[in-house]
Design a protein around this ligand. Structure first.
Ligand code: TXA
Ligand code: MG
Length: 330
């Protein structure tokens, strides 16, 4: 059931449901989350079950403000503090050492915990209403079935979980891709997942170079978003240079079938056959991130078998989008 995030009574209803151990489709500025009280093991188990996600994959715990961090984290390194000051509320998740007695199930048994204070006003209202009732953290992975495309609207969440799930409608997500994740448990900041907040911005804010997880010797914690194949639509995704898709389309001529193309360049008029669905890829990375998952879902809904996507530029601002596209195509 979808209820309205602009109605204060509905926001309270959503918070009450969370505090009562129910699941909630929660809007955030990145993507919608499938939320539950992070300290309620039974509620957290419902998330893993509904998503079909392995229960040892840790979830992100959402908090109303940086003040709630000490409820879950046993220690906050200096550089993590700087990142919080700079980017919270916002699309940045910090992995911190976990207080042993807190949110073990949500953390998938790791001795660390992922924390994020989202900037979406409706999310903050829900988190504040929960905190007022003593629920300090709300665990929420993206509200999609395991391995599938993240939802960026209430309708997307509804199409994943149906009428049985309470969904708070907060409109379309502004960012469109999941938060950047920085592991702060290894003495140096490690970028686990790129997002809208770029590598450069993170390094400038904490005054340290980001380390890549591959260069670390000890095993990285399990992270669904870091599996090679993830964020995948039903159709087969192929990344292609402009020249390559133009050539391939030329070869197919007007007889294309069940093919979708997301590219900055529009195909030549004579190649736009009835079996080709084209959507314009924004030339700007922020806008492209905003559109990405909606476009993939839209192509899937049209029943296309193949999706061709123009390879984005190899510049730092495109890192988050490139990462999601590579996984969608894997
Ligand atoms: O933007 C987002 O981050 C969204 C919204 C809902 O906040 N959430 C999200 O959650 O993307 P999810 O579960 O789909 O991805 C969270 C990622 C996973 O890859 C998870 O494994 C990783 O964060 N993660 C969470 N806690 C962790 C921990 N303690 N150590 C390592 N990775 C962790
Ligand atoms: Mg996810």
């Amino acid at each position: 059931m979808i209820i309205s995030g602009s109605n204060p009574a509905h926001v309270q209803q959503a918070a009450d449901a969370l505090c009562a151990g129910e699941l909630l489709g929660l809007p955030t500025e990145t993507v919608y989350g499938l939320a539950a009280d992070a300290s309620n093991e039974t509620a957290v188990a419902k998330i893993f079950q509904a998503k079909g996600r392995p229960s040892n994959h840790p979830l992100i715990v959402h908090v109303a403000s940086a003040d709630s961090v000490k409820k879950f984290a046993s220690e906050v390194p200096d550089f993590a503090q700087k990142l919080m000051v700079q980017f919270w509320p916002g699309p940045l998740t910090l992995i911190l050492p976990r207080r042993e007695e807190m949110a073990a199930a949500a953390a998938g048994g790791q001795n660390s915990v992922g924390l994020r204070c989202p900037s979406h006003s409706v999310a903050l209202e829900v988190l504040n209403a929960c905190a007022a009732k003593g629920v300090w953290g709300v665990a929420a992975p993206s509200a999609n079935l395991f391995g599938r495309v993240s939802p960026t609207s209430a309708a997307h969440v509804h199409s994943e979980f149906g009428e049985a799930l309470l969904i708070l409608d907060g409109g379309e997500c502004e960012v469109g891709i999941e938060s950047s994740i920085v592991d702060c448990t290894r003495g140096v900041p490690v970028l686990l997942r790129p997002g809208q907040i770029s590598r450069t911005q993170i390094e400038q804010a904490c005054g340290l170079k980001l380390v890549n997880p591959e260069t670390l010797s000890s095993e990285a914690p399990r992270a669904s978003g870091t599996l090679e194949s993830h964020y995948a639509p039903t159709a087969k995704v192929r990344l292609m240079s402009t020249a390559d898709w133009q050539k391939a389309l030329q070869a197919l001529g007007p007889h294309t079938q069940n093919l979708a193309l997301w590219s900055v360049q529009k195909p030549a008029h004579e190649l736009m056959g009835a079996g080709l669905f084209w959507r314009a890829m924004p030339a700007n990375a922020t806008q492209a991130a905003h559109d990405l998952f909606g476009v993939l879902r839209d192509f899937d809904a049209r029943g296309v078998r193949t999706i061709w996507i123009e390879t984005p530029p190899h510049t730092p601002d495109w890192e988050g989008v490139r990462d999601r596209l590579n996984r969608a195509a894997a």
